[in-house]
Write a protein of this length. Structure first.
Length: 444
C-alpha cells in the first residue's frame, strides 16, 4: 500500500471512528430522553399563561400566509392568544391585504406593515415591543402548526427553568419532488436524533425558527444582545433562531424540544435554493458555535461531544473524499476502503431511522449522502470563508396567484371580499400609502 492509499485509509478510519462514537452516544441519549405523555402535564391552579404569536413575513405567497394564519386561528389552547403578523416591507403587499381583511373581525389578530424591509429579526422585535404576553411563539409565515401545538409547548413551559422550546418540523410539501422527500427525512433526523439527544440535558443548541416558543421574562434579559448582534463590525441579519437559543442558554435557562408538537414548513423543491439555504445556515452555525464554546463547562459533556461531532465530522469526511479522489487521479487505484466504509455507515444510520419510525422510506435517505459529500461540504467550506457575508440569498417575491386565486383561500371573508373571495376593486393609492407606512423602520 503506497503513502496516498495509507493516508486515504487513515482519514476515512478517523471519520468512521468519530462517527461511530458520536452517533451511538447520540442515539442512546435520544432514546433515553423522556417524552412526557399528556397525563404528565397536570394543570396548575390559576389562569393559563397568555401567548403572543409573532409571524414575520416578507414577499410571502398569500395562499401560504393564509394557511399559516388559519392554523394559528384553529389552535385548541384555552388561554389568551394574540397574533402579530408583521409584513417586512413586502413588494407584493397588495396581494397580502385580502389576507388581513379576512381577520378584520378577529380581535386576536394584529397586522403591522413596516415602511421598508428591515429583516426578520427587527420585524420580530417590532412585534415584541407591542406585545405583552407571558410566552412568545415565533412562527414562520410559510409554516402551518398542528391544532395542539400551543397547548403542548405551553405545557413544557410550565417548568420555570425552561426559557425556550421548539416543536418537530416536517416538510409540508414533502410529496413535491425527490428533494423535498429527502429534506423531510433530513428534518426528522435533525429533530429526533440531534435535538432529542440535546433535550435530555436541557440544552437544545438551536430552537428552529419555524416553530419556537420563548418565555417573555427570559427574552427581556437577552433582547438587547439579540437586537444588537454584530459580526466583524456588521449587523447580523440571519441565524436569529440559533443565536437566540444560545443567548437563552447563556442566561441560565433550559432549552427543550417537544416531538409531538408538529409544525409543517415549506422546504426548497429545487437544488439551487436548497444550497443557498444551507449556505446561510452554515454561516450562522459557524458564527454562533463560537459563542457557545464558553458555555460548555456548565453543560453536560455530551453537548461538547455534540459540537465536536457536528464540526469535526464534515472536516474528516472532506479529507477522506479528497484523499480518495487524489488516489484515483494519481495512482489509478480505486479507493474501495473509503467507499465501503462511508456506504456502510450511511446504511446503518438509515436502517436505524427506518426501524425507529417503522418507515422503509428512510432507507432512501442514503441518496442524500452524495449531495452531502459533493455539494454541501463545498458549501460549508465556502461559508467558512465568507462568514462576514450577511446576504439572505433567497428573499425574493413569491410567484403570485392568478386573479382571485390567492384571495379565495383566505380562511374567513370580511365585508371587503365578495362571495367568491375576490376583493372587488384594487386598493386606492391613498390606502396603499396608509397601510404601507403604518409603522416606520423601527416599528413605531
Amino acid at each position: 500500500m503506497n503513502l496516498l492509499a495509507t493516508t486515504s485509509v487513515l482519514a476515512v478510519s478517523s471519520y468512521a471512528l468519530l462517527s461511530a462514537i458520536y452517533r451511538s452516544v447520540q442515539t442512546r441519549n435520544a432514546l433515553r430522553t423522556e417524552v412526557p405523555s399528556p397525563t404528565d402535564y397536570a394543570s396548575e391552579a390559576g389562569p393559563l399563561p397568555s401567548v403572543d404569536v409573532i409571524v414575520p413575513c416578507f414577499n410571502e405567497d398569500p395562499r401560504t400566509l393564509s394557511a399559516c394564519l388559519e392554523s394559528i386561528a384553529s389552535q385548541d389552547y384555552e388561554g389568551q392568544v394574540r397574533v402579530y403578523v408583521v409584513d417586512d416591507g413586502s413588494e407584493n403587499r397588495k396581494y397580502l391585504w385580502p389576507v388581513q381583511d379576512a381577520y378584520t373581525d378577529d380581535p386576536r389578530f394584529n397586522f403591522m406593515w413596516l415602511g421598508k424591509n428591515v429583516g426578520k429579526r427587527k420585524a420580530q422585535i417590532a412585534a415584541l415591543h407591542r406585545s405583552s404576553g407571558d410566552l412568545v411563539l415565533n412562527v414562520d409565515s410559510d409554516t402551518t402548526i398542528a391544532v395542539d401545538v400551543l397547548t403542548r409547548l405551553v405545557r413544557k413551559m410550565q417548568n420555570p427553568a425552561v426559557g425556550a422550546v421548539m416543536g418537530q418540523l416536517t416538510a409540508s410539501n414533502r410529496s413535491g419532488t425527490w428533494l423535498t422527500r429527502l429534506i423531510d427525512m433530513e428534518y426528522w433526523l435533525a429533530c429526533n436524533e440531534e435535538r432529542l439527544a440535546e433535550a435530555r440535558f436541557g440544552a437544545v443548541l438551536c430552537c428552529c425558527g419555524p416553530c419556537a416558543m420563548y418565555r417573555r421574562s427570559a427574552l427581556d434579559l437577552v433582547l438587547h444582545e439579540y437586537e444588537t448582534q454584530y459580526f466583524r463590525g456588521k449587523p447580523s441579519d440571519f441565524g436569529e433562531d440559533r443565536h437566540l437559543t444560545i443567548l437563552m442558554l447563556a442566561a441560565g435557562f433550559r432549552t427543550e424540544y417537544v416531538p409531538d408538537a408538529i409544525a409543517a414548513t415549506v422546504v426548497p423543491d429545487r437544488l439551487v435554493p436548497y444550497l443557498r439555504q444551507q449556505l446561510r445556515w452554515a454561516r450562522s452555525t459557524f458564527r454562533d458555535t463560537a459563542l457557545a464554546l464558553p458555555l460548555l463547562a456548565s453543560l453536560d459533556f455530551y453537548i461538547t461531544l455534540d459540537i465536536v461531532g457536528q464540526n469535526l465530522l464534515p472536516l474528516l469526511l472532506g479529507a477522506s473524499i479528497l484523499t480518495a479522489l487524489a488516489q484515483i487521479a494519481l495512482t489509478s487505484e480505486f479507493p474501495w476502503p473509503t467507499v465501503l466504509i462511508i456506504a456502510s455507515m450511511t446504511m446503518v444510520r438509515c436502517s436505524l431511522a427506518a426501524f425507529r419510525t417503522r418507515q422503509l422510506r428512510f432507507l432512501a435517505f442514503a441518496l442524500h449522502k452524495p449531495i452531502s459529500m459533493f455539494l454541501l461540504l463545498p458549501v460549508k467550506a465556502y461559508a467558512l470563508c465568507t462568514l462576514s457575508n450577511s446576504d439572505w440569498l433567497s428573499r425574493k417575491v413569491a410567484n403570485m396567484p392568478e386573479s382571485g386565486e390567492g384571495q379565495a383561500s383566505a380562511p374567513r371573508q370580511s365585508a371587503r371580499l365578495d362571495a367568491t373571495g375576490h376583493s372587488g376593486i384594487a386598493p386606492s393609492m391613498g390606502e396603499t400609502a396608509t397601510r404601507a407606512h403604518a409603522f416606520d423602520v423601527d416599528g413605531t
